[in-house]
Design a protein around this ligand. Structure first.
Ligand code: ATP
Ligand code: NCN
Length: 218
């Protein structure tokens, strides 16, 4: 990736965009964003929780406000990280073309770098208006345990593939662990463990009054 050179004109802000359902956000997401921020000299990474993740059909997704708040809690201590409500506040299914158009309108002075794991990148041509995506942002595909990172045929120069520290963590596994009464400490940030416990998320039976709530936080 070319770095800006003196005499190139006004230096544009380099804004990373980490989209995800974040149900819940975990350390795999945070490490990927941090590593890409360092490798690509990003000024900021904005996390964008989905509103209605239309491809996650077949299972209920937690309320957008809960996913948004967990993302705020998880990123609050990093001055380079922020969280956007644009997808949570837009009605209807979440399409990344909308996300990127809205972010470009809000940050006209920025180049956008959309960060995506190997599994999501593999599916990118099933996203709505996929061919428009690459005019809106540069895509950065990151390695993820259990998935092979390959360019799915994006336009030349449209994607960079990078290796990030391997964390075999998924939101699915975190949810299952909570439902089984197993701990999620150190898979998700401490504040997110507490939030899951407080809101009684991911329990098989939301009215279950078992001792402890399955996060191991009690
Ligand atoms: N452990 C990980 N390492 C690298 N990238 C990841 C990791 N987990 C998720 N990602 C990437 O982060 C983005 C958002 O992921 P998402 O919120 O769907 O989490 P998930 O763990 O894949 O969730 P689920 O298990 O519910 O499908 C996607 O681009 C995904 O590929
Ligand atoms: O634009 C689409 O049609 C589209 C379809 C599936 C996923 N995405 C985006 O990909 C990112 C990761 O999504 P997910 O469902 O794996 O959490 C998130 O920003 C989604 O909005 C986008």
């Amino acid at each position: 990736m070319e770095q800006p050179q003196p005499g190139d004109g006004p230096v544009k802000k380099r804004l990373g965009v980490m989209g995800g359902t974040f149900d819940p956000i975990h350390h795999g997401h945070l490490v990927a964003a941090s590593e890409v921020a360092s490798l690509f000299a990003l000024d900021e990474v904005v996390f964008v929780p989905t509103g209605e993740p239309w491809q996650k059909d077949g299972r209920p997704v937690s309320a957008a406000e809960d996913r948004y708040l967990m993302t705020v809690i998880a990123t609050a201590s990093n001055p380079q990280f922020s969280v956007s409500r644009i997808d949570v506040d837009r009605e209807g299914p979440t399409y990344t073309t909308d996300t990127l158009r809205d972010l470009r309108a809000a940050h006209a002075d920025a180049d956008l770098f959309f960060i995506t794991g190997a599994d999501a990148l593999e599916q990118i041509f099933s996203w709505r208006d996929a061919e428009e995506l690459f005019d809106l942002a540069h895509f950065i595909g990151v390695t993820r345990p259990g998935h092979t990172l390959t360019d799915p045929g994006l336009p030349a120069g449209g994607v960079s593939l990078v290796e990030v520290p391997a964390l075999a963590i998924s939101s699915t596994d975190c949810r299952l662990r909570v439902a089984r009464g197993e701990p999620v400490w150190y898979l998700v940030p401490d504040g997110v463990v507490r939030y899951i416990d407080k809101r009684r998320l991911y329990l098989e039976d939301q009215d279950d009054h078992r001792e402890g709530t399955g996060t191991g936080a009690a």
